[in-house]
Design a protein around this ligand. Structure first.
Ligand code: NAD
Length: 333
């Protein structure tokens, strides 16, 4: 059995990655589209063989309520629209998968979680790497302490982001920390398996580059975990693509580079005997993520990355931003 999905927002991620990922899905099928551009949406519907009446506008999104073939909506809109469209999705009686970062504020995250509870529907945040075998292997090794106790974690996520792009708008997406720095934050939390208690952060916003008029170009930040693990990370919108992490343990290290990309992840494990490259089968991360949510809904199980997981990252983001503003260490509350 396959559950029916509606994709909300037909931007780059939806068109290039998510829609093609349904082809290999076991439990998920594409049924409907929700878009601000009806002509584009009808063209896309034709390509994927959808019934033209299953194309909705943002304004009549709630009409999904009357479409029993749609079980789940997947919100792939600018971050500033995540909360509104998640809550409207619940009102339409659907389960919701929402892209990261969950929302620009802690308050919105809380309201999204509450709305799901009120509706009796599930909320999952789209952390695709949690449904990807190599990152899952790294998590398992760290939980079992296969390389001894963890001491430090380091991660970088940088890329060149040029205008026009929602990521350069303070309102729509809010800059590199929530967009790509979040991968470092999420990885630190899933690798360490704890919640950070305090953070420090620094931001750089060049005054002579038009694209960084509204948002910082980059951040460097540290997180302190209860067991004493220290994590240091950086993210930037002005340097060549790099997406990696390394976990330093008493008896060795795990290195993943790239760690956050859609494909081609590479993991090396260092022990006293030497360093080995892990051979782990690659999956389509979007197929795997969507099928995991369909399976959670079908079996009435909590998703592995529920709203609370998105909220936890947003709390860390807010603390790093506060530290960068104040120049002080900030507690994560
Ligand atoms: P995009 O700019 O390519 O697409 C955004 C979509 O929202 C477009 O269809 C656009 O028409 C629509 N939209 C509606 N109202 C808009 C408005 N007022 N301004 C601008 N666009 C508006 O962005 P994207 O790269 O597809 O990102 C969308 C979401 O997906 C973001 O939340 C982003 O963080 C997330 N994302 C996640 C991953 C991942 O790997 N999980 C990768 C890329 C993006």
């Amino acid at each position: 059995r396959k559950l029916g999905w509606a994709i909300v927002g037909l931007g780059k991620l939806a068109l290039e990655e998510v829609l093609p990922a349904f082809a290999a899905a076991k439990y998920s099928k594409l049924v409907a589209l929700v878009s601000g551009h009806q002509e584009k949406a009808q063209q896309v519907a034709q390509v994927y063989g959808l019934d033209p009446k299953n194309v909705y506008a943002y304004e009549n999104y709630e009409a999904l309520r009357d479409n029993p073939n749609v079980d789940i909506v997947y919100i792939i809109l600018p971050n500033s629209m995540h909360a509104e469209f998640t809550m409207r999705g619940f009102k339409a009686g659907k389960h919701v998968l929402c892209e990261k970062p969950m929302a620009p504020t802690i308050d919105e995250c809380n309201r999204m979680i509450e709305a799901g509870k009120q509706a009796g529907k599930k909320l999952m945040i789209a952390y695709r790497l949690r449904y990807e075998p190599m990152n899952r292997k790294a998590i398992e090794m760290c939980r079992k302490k296969e390389l001894g106790a963890l001491r430090t974690f380091e991660a970088s996520h940088v890329q060149v982001t040029n205008a026009p792009n929602i990521r350069l708008s303070a309102k729509l997406a809010g800059g590199p920390l929530g967009d790509i720095g979040i991968y470092c934050i999420n990885a630190a939390r899933y690798i360490v398996g704890e919640e950070p208690v305090e953070v420090t952060g620094m931001a750089h916003q060049p005054s002579d580059e038009e694209r960084f008029r509204e948002v910082p170009a980059g951040f460097a930040f540290t997180m302190r975990f209860p067991s004493g693990v220290l994590a240091h990370c950086d993210c930037h919108f002005g340097a060549a693509k790099s997406a990696r992490y390394r976990v330093h343990c008493v008896d060795g290290w795990i290195d993943m580079d790239p760690a956050f990309s859609y494909q081609g992840l590479e993991m090396r494990v260092n022990r006293k005997e030497g360093t080995t490259k892990m051979q782990i089968e690659e999956v389509n991360q979007f197929t795997s993520e969507m099928d995991a949510f369909s399976a959670a809904v079908m079996n009435d199980k909590a998703p592995e990355t529920p709203g609370e997981e998105g909220l936890a990252d947003v709390k860390v983001i807010k603390a790093i931003e506060e530290s960068a503003r104040s120049g002080r260490t900030v507690k994560v509350v």
